[in-house]
Design a binder for this molecule. Structure first.
Ligand SMILES: NC(=O)c1ccc[n+]([C@@H]2O[C@H](COP(=O)([O-])OP(=O)(O)OC[C@H]3O[C@@H](n4cnc5c(N)ncnc54)[C@H](OP(=O)(O)O)[C@@H]3O)[C@@H](O)[C@H]2O)c1
Length: 289
């Protein structure tokens, strides 16, 4: 297949480009930054439509987005312009050629008020501007392009990118005391596992909504504890705090764990998050326990 990948310089997009190319697909990467990609802004309807018509891919993979959650809270209009209307542009461009599209969304489309994990067709209810902008993108994809996949994921950790694992380990190296929230819950998800699952999903033509996350949801504090324990730093203390004590521009949904029912039904499962973290640490040469 010839696959057009938006956000191709980003964490997930670049991994998808690498994996799809290794699988023998021909890939056109698009982003506003980076090398070896076509520079185009998904917010520019004419540019995206012309690009898709010019390249004539068989499939459009759309992980591009403004992922700075606190930035989105400070500039909600920019968030909607990129994540909402940018996604509408991608959906319209793909639909104009009857191309299937896969949009990568987030657990932050849910309100976080439950105590058990969200299933794919549970009601959404974003509580912050990032979540709202991604939800607008979901609406656009669903209404405009019948041949769509929506893949929600959470707490990605990728090699070479900014992520929670690197932040925790970096803070310890810098000698900073660790304070981590206990009341924000989601699924830590290994970027490589997600990319692998997406490449399988797009072969199925089983369009719909999917929760592709490593199995099991956990608090940020427990995730941090696990990272330190598995890197041989069990003696390092982590103070337990609540979201209210962690001042930031965006307020996350508290309990936004996801369960993968639809993917499992199609034979696509991701391993438990602990195994995925171990695999990540091992590849980084950091697994000690
Ligand atoms: N990371 C997570 O924990 C997480 C969790 C749940 C869902 N997701 C979703 O998963 C997807 C991939 O996430 P990621 O972590 O790979 O994000 P990422 O590393 O920030 O990659 C996104 C890419 O899209 C680019 N982009 C931003 N605005 C654009 C525009 N107007 N036109 C074209 N490209 C644009 C970004 O450029 P800049 O770097 O210049 O912004 C970046 O290269 C996103 O849609 C995100 O919402 C991520």
């Amino acid at each position: 297949m010839h696959i057009l990948v938006t956000g191709a310089a980003g964490r997930l997009g670049s991994k998808l480009v690498q994996l799809l190319t290794a699988q023998g697909h021909s890939v056109t990467g698009v982003d506003i930054v980076g090398e070896n990609v076509i520079h185009a802004d998904i917010g520019d309807f004419n540019a995206i439509r012309s690009l898709v018509h010019d390249k004539r891919p068989d499939f459009v993979l759309h992980p591009a987005g403004w992922t700075d959650v606190d930035g989105c809270a400070r500039e909600p209009e920019k968030a909607i312009a990129t994540n909402g209307f940018g996604t509408q542009n991608v959906a319209l461009a793909a639909a104009s050629l009857n191309l299937p599209v896969l949009y990568v969304s987030t657990n932050e489309v849910f309100d976080g008020k439950r105590s058990d994990p969200y299933r794919e067709y549970d009601p959404t209810g974003p509580v912050n501007p990032y979540g709202y902008s991604k939800w607008v993108g979901e609406q656009a994809i669903q209404h405009i392009n019948p041949r769509h996949f929506i893949v929600r994921t959470s707490w990605l950790f990728a090699h070479g990118g900014k992520n929670f694992i690197q932040a925790i380990l970096g803070a310890v190296t810098a000698g900073k005391p660790l304070r981590v929230v206990t009341d924000e819950v989601a699924n830590p998800t290994y970027n490589d596992d997600l990319a692998d699952a997406i490449t399988k999903l797009i072969q199925t033509e089983r369009y719909g909504v999917y929760h592709l996350v490593n199995e099991g949801s956990v608090s940020r504090w427990t995730f941090a504890r696990y990272i330190l324990d598995r890197t041989g730093q069990s003696e390092v203390p982590i103070e337990k705090i609540s979201i209210k004590e962690w001042q930031r521009a965006s307020v996350p949904p508290t309990y936004a764990g996801l369960v993968n029912l639809a993917g499992a039904h199609a034979g696509i499962r991701l391993r438990p998050w602990q195994e995925a973290v171990d695999a990540f640490l091992d590849k980084e040469g950091l697994l000690k326990a």
